[in-house]
Design a protein around this ligand. Sequence first.
Ligand code: APR
Length: 185
Amino acid sequence: MDRRQYRVLNTLIVFQRGDITEQDSGAIVNAANSTLLGGGGVDGAIHRAGGPQILEECKQIRNRQGECPAGEAVITTGGNLPAGWVIHTVGPIWRGGSHGEPEQLGNAYRNSLQLARERGIRSISFPSISTGAYRFPIDKAAIIALDTVKKFAEEYDVPVEIRFVLFSDNDLRAYLEAWDKLTGV
Ligand code: APR
């Protein structure tokens, strides 16, 4: 099983195995850090595949508005990527769950969707934000991500497609289980 999709009003929610840098959606989301200067994981993959243009634009954003706090999002072009835009958002670092991490994770998804909507970007691909180096337990993160995305899709018609691009079968399974729990399918 590599791909599942569900409809929420006029929005398609897609779950698939894959590499976020290969997605041809209007925008892909980067699991960045507050410096916006790159890193490992998704961040490293996107800068490697997207080329120096993306880092250049991140530096210009930093010079204008400083670092990007957890839960916030900024946007650059996609450089050499198939996606036209990269939305860089900063997930929370997991510190046990009582330091505002759940709210910050929800904000990272919501602010990324809001940026896409404001620019009329019709499809967006998310990685599993904060569940790698930032050690957010994936079962908890998936519920927060999907609850946030479902509520956004119930309120707005753009983006019309929201993809979750998971890097492993386990991650894909965790998100599908969270969706079943959330929607009671
Ligand atoms: N495509 C899709 N998902 C990926 C890819 C990829 N190419 N590479 C890694 N992932 C997955 C990981 O398996 C994990 O499930 O993305 C999820 C998020 O992992 P991280 O990239 O470590 O992101 P995060 O946990 O949010 O930590 C962010 O790591 O890379 C640094 O600069 C980044 O400091 C920031 C921190």
